[in-house]
Design a protein around this ligand. Structure first.
Ligand SMILES: *Cc1c(COP(=O)(O)O)cnc(C)c1O
Length: 237
């Protein structure tokens, strides 16, 4: 595995897709999805130019924080979060991508209030209505965004999705375009709430160029940077 080479390739792909879509490449963040990676690998990735790390599991994030693995990079949470674990995450990460239920939203806001902080969040949207995935249906997005705007502990920054695994290039483009439209619609409906939804977190190793074409501002890439994960760690999260 050559981290520098992989980062350069993914970044070059992102930049090319952005230019082809008439977008500013600088408006797209490359987030390294660091699940199952060691603290040393995370440090190497940051040395090689990664500026944002995204963790899936509370336990790994906590261990890496204790190791000072993220020095010099920003930290996001992108995985499924249980309500009883919000206390380990709120106030420790810049952005939680994976707010997937009203219960979780309220728990994050309550914990942030308790700490006297405002937690940046994204709403996770289950675009294809997949039973195996969490998240709000597109129809639930606007009412939930309105609720988030009322809660003092959270600041809604945008939307996130994990579409079905793309079977072919271009396969997920319609999902990504729907996401972008959903964000535009919510912004339009909520002009009076002064919300600042400028993050669209979408695109992974198999489909990030399509995500950029559709307007993604944050690509979450794991295996294209670090190589395939071991089968033990391939479970859904
Ligand atoms: C693992 C993961 C990624 C990265 O997946 P790759 O296919 O390895 O790029 C992105 N987002 C989330 C939420 C993940 O769990």
């Amino acid at each position: 595995m050559d981290l520098r080479k992989n980062i350069a390739k993914v970044r070059a792909d992102i930049d090319a897709a952005a230019v082809a879509a008439g977008r500013d490449p600088a408006s797209i963040t490359l987030l390294a999805a660091t699940k199952t990676q060691s603290s040393d690998t995370i440090r190497a990735a940051i040395d090689a130019g990664i500026t944002v790390c995204g963790e899936n599991r509370v336990q790994e994030l906590t261990a890496h924080l204790e190791d000072n693995a993220y020095q010099g990079a920003r930290l996001h949470f992108i995985g499924h979060l249980q309500t009883n674990k919000v206390k380990y995450i709120v106030g420790r990460v810049e952005l939680i991508h994976s707010v997937s239920s009203e219960k979780l939203l309220r728990a994050i806001a309550a914990q942030a209030d308790k700490l006297g902080v405002v937690q940046n969040i994204l709403l996770e949207i289950n675009l294809a209505g997949e039973a195996s995935k969490s998240g709000f249906s597109p129809g639930e997005a606007l009412p939930t965004a309105r609720l988030a705007a009322e809660l003092t502990g959270v600041r809604l920054k945008g939307l996130m999705c994990i579409p079905p695994a793309a079977v072919q290039t271009g396969g997920n483009l319609p999902y990504f375009q729907k996401m972008r439209q959903l964000a535009v619609d919510i912004m339009r409906e909520m002009v009076d709430n002064r919300i600042d939804m400028d993050v669209l977190s979408m695109g992974m190793s198999g489909d990030y160029q399509d995500a950029v074409a559709a307007g993604s501002t944050c690509i979450r890439v794991g295996s294209a940077l670090f190589g395939p994960r071991s089968p033990m760690s391939m479970r859904k999260d």
